[in-house]
Write a protein that binds this ligand. Sequence first.
Ligand SMILES: [Zn+2]
Length: 72
Amino acid sequence: MLHTRQRDISEVTGKRLDIYDMCIHHIKPRKVQGRNELKKLTLVETEIHREIHYGTSKEYKIEKYRKQLDKE
Ligand SMILES: [Zn+2]
């Protein structure tokens, strides 16, 4: 399980995740068409997830994920 593999640590903040305050974010690698098996999932805090999709944070990892979204 993703939950186990990631050891409950947020990939963005490096902090331990609260099971009631986490979201699964789909990481879509750029320039990989029709290869769904390379789609990755990561667990992040609800707040961080909102930042990735709708926020304006300049934090490096949040920006990195946001740029991947923009390539869709
Ligand atoms: Zn997401």
